[in-house]
Design a protein. Structure first.
Length: 419
């Protein structure tokens, strides 16, 4: 029997297991865009949908998305990868170390290698020695942080313009715009028309001030979907995360596929780290990842272990992260109003499902948000800095009922255990 006969995982029955269809998803996105445009007009915070805001959000979403893709590959094969943060840290250091000496593209390659080296350690611990996946991932994060700090003292500290906590400057990969389209969309966005200018800002941010590495990272999302869901290799890999015993009975080398998935996972995370040190800042800084590996893991969970949902989650977290750089206090103040309105719709939906207690709590929170918005003109800077992490917790709590992880994700496995 071939591996093509392995049954695809089915969603659990009930309301919590139903997937949102594409037309409904598009309708929700359109509704959020309309509400955002209304909020922009009411608050006067034109920056929330500006081309510059969206371009910055895309740049900040890329490393989060790459970390999330890394987590997706590992967990679809049944290995929980809490070590994404450590693999990103290795990617930032290796990318900067090679980048300032031999050029940025060499740095990108070394960043991938650095993340993959960390992944090999995680795979040996979890797959070969059956160490608890969470323990192994946390240990890897600590090891990567300590190792890069130690290495920096012997490499960057002696280099020109470097220090024990910072690398020398790295040559830029450069940026580009889509000729004609970028300037036209930016002009349209500057007119501040209802909805039209908001859509122009959203699309304009996707075609303005692009790094070549950003284009590669975005292309990896559909590439991952095609490999994992449209090839025999992807089917075998996913079967290891759903039912490794059944996969082994059909001739799949479960250990091999788990190793491949975890190493690819580390390569993606390392690429995300290299993006931070080479594209986002052109320099390595101690603590540069700032928890983005964990946020990438949250984006993967928000996306229900699917590439498309992961991309939406990374975009959301990248947008909130970008508020730290562009008009944060004013824009977050406007987004409080948007959140309050969305909570009203959420309360109505819960009431329609006859979940009256939840609806009442949601409505009360919405009222508090309205009061907060009306009582202040700008939010404190601390709220802006905490926004990405607040959104991470909020999104995960609201989407928890619709999640469906691979059945064997994180479970111990030994070759021949089904005999």
């Amino acid at each position: 029997m071939s591996t093509a006969t392995i049954a695809k995982p089915q969603a659990k029955p009930g309301k919590g297991g139903r997937r949102i269809s594409l037309p409904v998803l598009l309708l929700i996105i359109a509704g959020v865009l309309v509400l955002t445009s209304i909020v922009r007009l009411i608050s006067g915070a034109d920056g929330i949908t500006s081309t510059g805001q969206m371009s910055t959000a895309l740049r900040l979403a890329v490393p989060i998305g790459l970390a999330g893709l890394g987590g997706l590959w590992a967990e679809r094969a049944g290995v929980v990868n809490i070590g994404l943060e450590g693999m990103m840290i290795l990617g930032t250091w290796f990318g900067a170390w090679a980048g300032y000496q031999w050029g940025p593209w060499t740095g990108v390659v070394f960043g991938i290698i650095g993340g993959a080296l960390g992944a090999v350690l995680h795979a040996i611990a979890t797959v070969t020695f059956n160490v608890n996946h969470i323990v192994s991932g946390v240990a890897l994060n600590i090891l990567a942080l300590g190792t890069t700090r130690y290495l920096s003292k012997f490499t960057f500290e002696e280099a020109p313009q470097g220090s024990a906590k910072q690398s020398p400057p790295i040559e830029s990969l450069g940026t580009f715009d889509i000729p004609g389209l970028s300037s036209w969309l930016e002009t349209l966005n500057d007119k501040h028309w209802f909805l039209v200018s908001d859509i122009a800002g959203l699309v304009g941010g996707l075609v303005t001030n692009l790094s070549p590495l950003t284009v590669i990272a975005v292309a990896l999302v559909p590439a991952t979907w095609w490999v994992l869901w449209r090839t025999a290799f992807g089917l075998r890999l996913r079967s290891c995360g759903e039912n490794p015993v059944a996969a082994e009975s059909l001739g799949v080398n479960v250990y091999k596929y788990k190793y491949i998935a975890v190493i690819i996972s580390g390569g993606f995370a390392g690429l995300g780290g290299a993006f931070l040190s080479i594209v986002a800042s052109n320099v390595y800084l101690d603590g540069q990842t700032a928890g983005r590996g964990y946020i990438g893991l949250a984006a993967m969970i928000f996306g229900n272990w699917m590439p498309g949902g992961l991309a939406l989650g990374a975009g959301l977290f990248g947008y909130t992260d970008s508020l730290n750089l562009r008009g944060g206090t004013t824009n977050v103040h406007a987004l409080i109003l948007l959140l309050a309105i969305l909570l009203v719709f959420g309360a109505a939906y819960l009431a329609w499902q006859k979940k009256y207690v939840s609806a009442g709590i949601t409505l009360a929170v919405s009222a508090l948000m309205f009061v907060w918005y009306a009582s202040v003109d700008e939010v404190p800077r601390q709220v802006v800095s905490a926004a990405p992490y607040i959104v991470t917790l909020l999104v995960l709590s609201l989407s928890a009922q619709r999640l469906r992880m691979p059945k064997a994700d994180g479970l111990p496995y030994r070759k021949g255990q089904g005999k």
